[in-house]
Structure formats: structure tokens, C-alpha cells
Design a protein around this ligand. Sequence first.
Ligand SMILES: Cc1cc2nc3c(=O)[nH]c(=O)nc-3n(C[C@H](O)[C@H](O)[C@H](O)COP(=O)(O)OP(=O)(O)OC[C@H]3O[C@@H](n4cnc5c(N)ncnc54)[C@H](O)[C@@H]3O)c2cc1C
Length: 298
Amino acid sequence: MINGEKWFASNFPYAAFVIAMVITNPDVPVPRGSSMLLIPAGTDGMEEIRITGLGAEPLGEGAHGYIRFRDCRVPADSLLGDEGGGFNLAQQRLGGGRLHHAMRAIGRLKRAFDMMCEFATSRSTQGAPLGKKQAVPQSIADSWIQIEQFRMQVLHAAWICDQGGYDAGRRYISAVKAALPAVVTDVVYRAMHLHGALGVSNEMPFVSLWLQGPVMATVDGGTEIHKDVLAPSSQRLPTIRGKLPVATPSRAGCRRKGPNSGQYSTASTRSARTKRLSTAVGHANQVHETGIPTLPRK
Ligand SMILES: Cc1cc2nc3c(=O)[nH]c(=O)nc-3n(C[C@H](O)[C@H](O)[C@H](O)COP(=O)(O)OP(=O)(O)OC[C@H]3O[C@@H](n4cnc5c(N)ncnc54)[C@H](O)[C@@H]3O)c2cc1C
């Protein structure tokens, strides 16, 4: 028997069934005490309070259900997976979903960026195309840099998941999730602003693209929650895995010509230089492994 309410159940108005995450054991922490139940639409005791939409959608319209369960009985075979295994199931599904959200966002950003570049060359004002004004190439460059950084971050997180599964990639996925809203709002805002009135009009996609930023900051858990996964206040900062390759000084570099030739060529200087380099790389590895370098205690 289920009692409770759920806000923002996506696609509830069209769904043939819902998957409800419920507490089945209140005596253990939520990650071990929650289970998933499959409940057909129209089951007695599951009622719609109202439908909610996003942004400028008219009040009362939208795809997200506010639902209430009141003494809603479901048979035991409604259970998906194991009792108490709901949280794990959700994380497995949401992990990949969050990466896919990010990948789709990159596609949208690319679209906004392409439109920005096209407008910068096609619109002229005060005697020159927008792209020739100093601020515009700066704005385009900032956008390209942000998209490229984010694209690499998403690729890396996906690679980690490919190597070690979603458990290994959990923090990387949370980092992607936390980074996404700012990239979207920054880049889309620049593209929208460059288009002037056209940019904020309903003839362009920018307003709805921009809204994806704040929406994605909330969907699947707020940004702060994901930053907490990344750097929980109770633990050390996250580690970055993988060692830097240990470089050795090249012999060619030791044979410089000219008055100072041979200054690196003695065995002792060479080994000192090798040692310095190895120590630097070792330190970098240490920094990478521990997250942040620790200052020596006085
Ligand atoms: C478009 C959309 C679709 C959705 N679809 C679904 C769905 O299909 N199924 C479903 O179950 N849910 C769905 N949700 C709900 C979504 O998962 C929640 O909205 C989200 O987890 C945030 O919960 P909340 O809205 O209750 O905000 P709250 O938890 O009340 O958070 C309010 C604010 O406080 C911040 N905050 C929260 N905790 C902390 C903290 N510890 N420290 C600092 N700040 C904090 C949040 O980031 C946010 O800014 C959807 C939401 C949206 C917007």
C-alpha cells in the first residue's frame, strides 16, 4: 500500500504505467531502503492533482504530473528487481541518461554556435559585418572554448564509464551534470544576444534552448547535489586517476653547440636533471592522485 505525493512525473498524462520509487524499509538509509514498483495507469488510489508545464507553457498545460498516492494497493509482483535495490537501479539508468543529456546539449550548443557564426557574417551594421567588431569575435571565441572544453569533459566521462562501468564514472558524470547548465546558458545567451530582437523572438529557437540550462540544473538532481557527490564535505577532494608519463631528458638537448655547449653533458648534471624531472613528474602524479597538494605542516 502506497501513500505519498510525487511532483514532476514526466509524461504522466500519456503514460500507460508509472515507475514509482518508494521507501520499503524506513529503518535503513534511503539508498538501501528504496524499491521500484511498476504501477499501471488508472490504478485505484493513484490520482492526478494537476499537470505542470515549463517556462511559457500556458498554466494547466504541460507534460509533468503532480500525482498523489492514497492507500494505493499494488501486488507484490509489481516490484522491479530486488526489494531495497531501487536506488541502484535508478543510478544505473540515470548515469547513462545524464551523459546522454550532455551529448544532446552539445548538439544544441553546436547549433546555436553555427547560427552565431552565420549571423556574424551576414548582418552588417555601422559599415561592417558584426564579425568585424572587436567584441563579436571575442564572444564567438569564448563560446567555442566553452563548448570544446565541455565536449572533451563529456567524452572523458563516457570513456571512464566504458572502461569501468557507471560506478567508476559516477563522479565524472556528476561533474558533467554540474557543468552543463552554465555552458548552455552562457553560449546560448551570447548567440541569442548577437541576433538582437530576432534572437529573443519566437521565430528563433534561442529562448527555448536557453531554458534548457536552468531546467537541466534541476532535472535528475540539482547542481549542488552533484557537486556534493564530486566533493563531499566529509571527504577529501576527488582524485584524478592515471599517472603522467615519466619523461626523460633527450640526449639531443644535452649537446648544444656554442660557448655553453656541454653544460648539460656531464653524467652528474644529466642525472641531476633527470632526477629533477622525475621528481616534478612524480609530484604531478602525486598531486593528480591526491587531488590537491598538501602544504607541509609547520
Ligand atoms: C523538466 C523536469 C522533469 C522532471 N522529470 C521527473 C521525472 O520524470 N521523475 C521524477 O521523479 N522527477 C522528475 N523531476 C523532478 C526532479 O528530479 C526534481 O525537481 C529535482 O530532483 C530537484 O528537486 P526539487 O524540485 O524538489 O528541488 P529541491 O530539492 O527543493 O531544491 C531546491 C533548490 O535547492 C537546491 N538544493 C537542494 N539540496 C541542496 C543542498 N543539499 N545544498 C544546496 N542546495 C541544495 C537545489 O539545487 C535547488 O536549487 C523533473 C524535474 C524537471 C524540472
